[in-house]
Ligand binder design. Structure first.
Ligand code: SF4
Length: 348
């Protein structure tokens, strides 16, 4: 049974931790009675690190003229995909920054070249800020932009750039980034074109519990309309090397383990129409991700053969596929590799 905004807020603020875990775990069991915890083998490929948005919470972006600014060439790109396939990967997460020197044609050619060479790989690519930027630069609608990207080979869209879907928070932490309504519009149009997407939420910066619940409500409402979200991924702000950390005047100002679990559990309970909730081992580490499996998560996300964005903030948990399998099994679940659409490929 769905809970409302008021109850979600009460649980987030005052719910007893273990009771929240029990409620979220019971819901996970109802949705996934087979006791399986899934993961996808993929690689993050950041095609460029140049980004006009310069978000204060991000340590990855560079100016166009920075000595370490880059755009990946085909050889390097293909080399990364070859390695992904050798490791049993089925998907690449293709994301970059808002780089003014790259046209929509560049992206279409990149997608086509990948698909020509690797027809079976799922291209999970371009978060809503990138797609909205391509649309604006090309004077196309979001729908037209997504349609040409899809035609060129884009299979699904990651939910990055959602941060908190509150324009007050966005104004404070990423004023140049698209506003909440635009993020939702990209997702709505992608879903209408038959593409699946994920939704994320980055919390632990300057938001309030009300903002978090508002975010969950926006995702639940759009899911009710389109059914296009495969998963929800809450993760906490990683302050290392970021401007926001200085603005917040904190040394290690980030969500605690308990705050992470509370948000995760309330996400599971509130988002009753989203099947999958991912644990974020990239930001929390494998041990916390194991605990997360008793607070509503049923998926370990990606093996992340390569991850640059969170690593730029100084957070780097290096784990192998075997580490993930072992972590899931020792937490009492059956590990399974899945594809982008959550079809099981292999049990372990
Ligand atoms: S978070 Fe994304 S949009 Fe913001 S600066 Fe980093 S790469 Fe650019």
């Amino acid at each position: 049974m769905s809970i409302g905004r008021k109850e979600a807020l009460r649980l987030l603020k005052k719910g007893e931790l273990l009771e929240l875990g029990r409620m979220a775990d019971s819901m996970r069991k109802d949705l996934h009675p087979e006791n399986t915890v899934t993961f996808v083998v993929d690689r993050n490929i950041n095609y460029t690190n140049v980004c006009l948005n310069r978000c204060s919470f991000c340590a990855f972006w560079r100016r166009e003229d920075a000595s370490d600014a880059y755009v990946l060439g085909r050889e390097e790109l293909f080399g990364k995909i070859d390695e992904t396939l050798e490791l049993g990967g089925t998907q690449i997460l293709l994301q970059g920054g808002l780089n003014p020197s790259l046209s929509l044609r560049f992206h279409m050619d990149m997608l086509k070249d990948i698909k020509r060479r690797y027809p079976a790989i799922n291209i999970h690519g371009y978060s809503p800020p990138e797609i909205a930027y391509f649309a604006e630069r090309s004077s196309l609608t979001l729908r037209e932009t997504l349609a040409v990207l899809k035609e060129a080979g884009l299979d699904s869209v990651p939910g990055g750039g959602a941060e908190i879907l509150s324009d007050r928070v966005r104004e404070a932490i990423s004023p140049r980034k698209i506003k909440s309504g635009r993020w939702m519009s990209v997702m709505r149009e992608a879903h209408r074109l038959g593409m699946k997407t994920t939704a994320t939420m980055m919390f632990g910066s300057v938001e309030t519990p009300e903002d978090i619940v508002g975010h969950l409500e926006a995702v639940r409402d759009l899911q009710g309309e389109t059914g296009g979200f495969t998963a929800f991924i809450p993760w906490s702000f990683q302050p290392g090397n970021t401007k926001l950390r200085k603005q917040m005047k904190v040394k290690h100002g980030q969500a605690t383990a308990v705050e992470y679990l509370r948000v995760l559990a309330v996400s599971r309970i509130f988002l009753d129409n989203v099947s999958n909730i991912q644990a974020s081992w990239v930001t929390q580490g494998l041990k916390m991700a194991q605990v997360a499996l008793r607070f509503g998560a049923n998926d370990f996300g990606s093996t992340m053969i390569e991850e640059n964005v969170v690593a730029s903030a100084g957070v780097s948990y290096r784990v192998s596929k075997d580490d993930i399998i072992q972590a899931i099994a020792s937490a009492g679940f059956r590990p399974a590799q899945r594809d982008t659409r959550y079809n099981i490929i292999k049990y372990f």
